[in-house]
Design a protein around this ligand. Structure first.
Ligand code: ARG
Length: 395
């Protein structure tokens, strides 16, 4: 029997997809679930997949690999799509794809399948990713192909086929979560004028419920990697999980955004990414102290491009890889510590220190300690302004 490996989340869509793939194509269905930090019960997930008709269920905890190979490069790139969204969902997909392809090859499956809808970015990330890594695999997207037009029809199908569906009332939102952040859309969020109701948020506290007393964090970087929090050594995953809890309690890292999807639709989405917000702020601050102006200004342009490539599903592309090397090229200097103050929804840098610092108090000071050669400033301006002399005449 021919095989398909399905990226299985355990929700209604992918549960129905298991049965549908069997019935429609006569395939043996292997379910693959990757844990990137969402709260899920392994055994329950396994049972659900089996009950839906899977012949085999593979569940892997990939948080460390996610942090090392996907979050760290994104952090170094200071990547935020359209200036806000730190790309949690967008970087989770290529990791799932990497393993979906590996498993398909190991299991000698001819097909892979995913549960993405036909109008989002995630289908692009899955399919372009799969085709980049293994163009021989055939891709099935049940949600684009099947006949169900609503959730209700899917529920009917599930009940008819004895597919277990969550007894609890499903969330009115579509939620994707990993340790780098949560993406929340649909339901009443689709009205862009309406303030997101508090129950839509899952990782952060509302401003009227945040801890009142500001908190200071000290984050230490070694060669670009955040390694210590308040003096305590942490793995990347521990660092991110701690920061999500601590900064989430201050309401840090909420975004409400109208974004431009690759498929041309504008969508309203809310995001929560407390750890990402803190780490992006901290890393940007320390890098700003150890690097020169030209590098920093040019990097900003590349950060924007990088965020687009990642958002557009081009994680495995040559330009994205080349940009990774650019961002990695100076990380040996990004060593030192940053003091962050958490206060009413904000994470602000209030101090930084590094042995690679290019900041010189003697040059910056307006006090007696000043050593800056003001005399040379005069000559500098003459030469700098030379090309423009008289150019404004008559304006
Ligand atoms: N808009 C985000 C992106 O394209 C998140 C997509 C998934 N969101 C969700 N709520 N299921 O990366």
């Amino acid at each position: 029997m021919k095989r398909v490996v399905l990226a299985f989340s355990g929700g209604l869509d992918t549960s129905c997809a298991v049965r549908w793939l069997k019935d429609q194509f006569g395939l043996e269905v292997i379910c693959f679930s990757a844990f990137l930090g969402e709260v899920k019960d392994k055994e329950r997930l396994r049972k659900r997949a089996k009950a839906a008709g899977a012949s085999k269920v593979i569940i892997e905890d990939l948080k460390d690999e996610f942090a090392r190979d996907f979050i760290l490069p994104t952090l170094w790139a200071h990547a935020r799509y359209e200036g806000k969204y730190p790309l949690a969902t967008a970087i989770g997909r290529p990791l799932i794809v990497r393993h979906l392809v590996r498993i398909a090859q190991e299991e000698k499956a001819e097909f892979v399948a995913h549960g993405c809808t036909g109008k989002g970015n995630d289908q692009v990330r899955f399919e372009v990713g799969v085709r980049t890594l293994d163009p021989g695999l055939k891709i099935i997207a049940p949600l684009r192909q099947w006949e169900f037009k609503s959730r209700e029809e899917e529920i009917d199908y599930a009940q008819l086929n004895d597919i277990p569906i969550e007894a609890t009332k499903a969330s009115p939102y579509s939620i994707d979560r990993n340790i780098w952040g949560v993406s929340i859309e649909a339901g009443i969020l689709e009205d862009p004028w309406r303030e997101p109701p508090e129950d839509a948020y899952v990782m952060t506290r509302a401003l009227n419920r945040v801890l009142k007393k500001p908190k200071y964090l000290e984050i230490e970087f070694e060669k670009g990697i955040p390694v210590r929090l308040n003096g305590v050594s942490k793995t990347m995953v521990q660092m991110i999980e701690s920061l999500n809890a601590i900064a989430g309690a201050y309401g840090v890292g909420r975004f409400d955004q109208i974004e431009n999807r690759l498929v041309g639709i504008k969508s309203r989405e809310i995001y929560e990414a407390p750890a990402a917000e803190v780490l992006l702020t901290a890393h940007t601050e320390i890098e700003g102290m150890v690097m020169d102006r030209e590098f920093l200004h040019f990097k900003k342009l590349l950060s924007e491009k990088y965020a687009e490539l990642v958002y557009y599903g081009l994680w495995f592309s040559p330009l994205k890889n080349a940009l990774d090397q650019f961002f990695a090229s100076n990380q040996h200097r990004v060593t030192g510590k940053v003091r962050i103050k958490l206060d009413h929804g904000h994470a602000v840098c209030v101090g930084r220190a590094s042995s690679y610092s290019l900041y010189s108090e003697k040059l910056a000071t307006y006090s007696k300690k000043d050593t800056f050669d003001r005399k040379s400033a005069e000559g500098f301006m003459k030469i700098w302004g030379l090309p423009y002399e008289g150019l404004g005449h008559g304006r």
